[in-house]
Design a protein around this ligand. Structure first.
Ligand code: SF4
Length: 271
């Protein structure tokens, strides 16, 4: 049983910093994330450390988010270019979104008062519900679907509460067919098969590869504190837990995609 609470935040847009400094703002419809991925680096951040309960077990729902965004977006746009990353420390399409529709309400605001660019990062098939709104943002949006591996057994080992890989692939396909700019994001790189690039080839023409060492904002230290290495040891797949493991994936992908279609780490998330 997850612990859900309604909150009334005073503001909704945050400044893009660190790994996301290319963005003017980040936008999180929720605080906390019920997918609770074992490797989630947010576990090591103040938002999790200073909150009661285990990461993954609680979610704070931001009531009034759309009203706040409307006001803040208008103000931000009057000051210059607005590029938004949704979301940096939660999944905007985690299960509670089926009922609460906070993310959908934020998209409705952004359709009316569109930012210069919106990057939507999720691992949830629920994003397909909002195709109608995403289409209206035209080339000002990109939906990035996390697909760290093509192996369902590996997915279950590292992220047992996240949606199945097959459903994510299908969702990417539907988004692409609807004309929405998309990418598959292999982040963090988990062990996968040689078939992986071939599976993605017919669905996307843009792939981003990132790992624990480049992408957790601390050179891999946060991930290391989470004890993720032991999860690889349990599977006898330690060779995949190394700063150079992503190269193996990269080499496989550029056999199937062109080099300019395979972006590494930060380059794949830029506005
Ligand atoms: S979906 Fe993203 S934010 Fe949520 S637990 Fe997993 S890695 Fe963390």
């Amino acid at each position: 049983m997850k612990d859900y609470m309604y909150k009334h935040p005073k503001s909704i847009l945050n400044k893009g910093t660190g790994f996301l400094s290319g963005y003017s703002h980040t936008l999180n419809p929720y605080t906390g994330c019920s997918f609770g991925c074992t490797y989630c680096y947010v576990r090591q951040m103040p938002v999790s450390l200073f909150h009661e309960g285990e990461w993954g077990e609680w979610v704070d729902i931001k009531n009034g988010a759309a009203t706040l965004l409307k006001k803040e977006l208008k103000r931000a746009k009057s000051k210059g270019r607005v590029t938004i990353f949704m979301s940096s420390s939660t999944d905007p399409y985690q299960p509670i979104e089926y009922k609460e529709k906070i993310t959908r309400s934020l998209l409705e605001v952004m359709v009316e008062e569109s930012p210069d660019f919106l990057f939507v990062q999720t691992r949830s098939p629920l994003v397909r519900r909002d195709i109608d709104l995403l289409q209206q943002l035209k080339e000002k949006v990109r939906v990035s679907m996390t697909i760290e591996t093509d192996q369902e057994s590996i997915r279950k080992h590292f992220t047992p509460e996240a949606p199945p890989i097959k459903a994510r692939l299908k969702t990417l396909q539907l988004l692409g067919e609807a004309g929405i700019p998309i990418q598959a994001t292999i982040a963090p790189v988990l062990p996968s098969s040689e078939e992986f690039p071939h599976q993605l080839r017919s669905i996307v023409d843009r792939v981003c590869i990132d790992d624990f060492f480049m992408g957790d904002g601390s050179g891999g230290k946060r991930t290391s504190r989470l004890g993720i290495k032991t999860k690889y040891e349990t599977l006898n797949l330690e060779e995949w837990y190394s700063p150079s493991a992503y190269r193996k994936i990269y080499e496989r992908f550029i056999q199937v995609f062109s080099e300019d279609q395979v972006l590494i780490s930060k380059h794949g998330f830029e506005p």
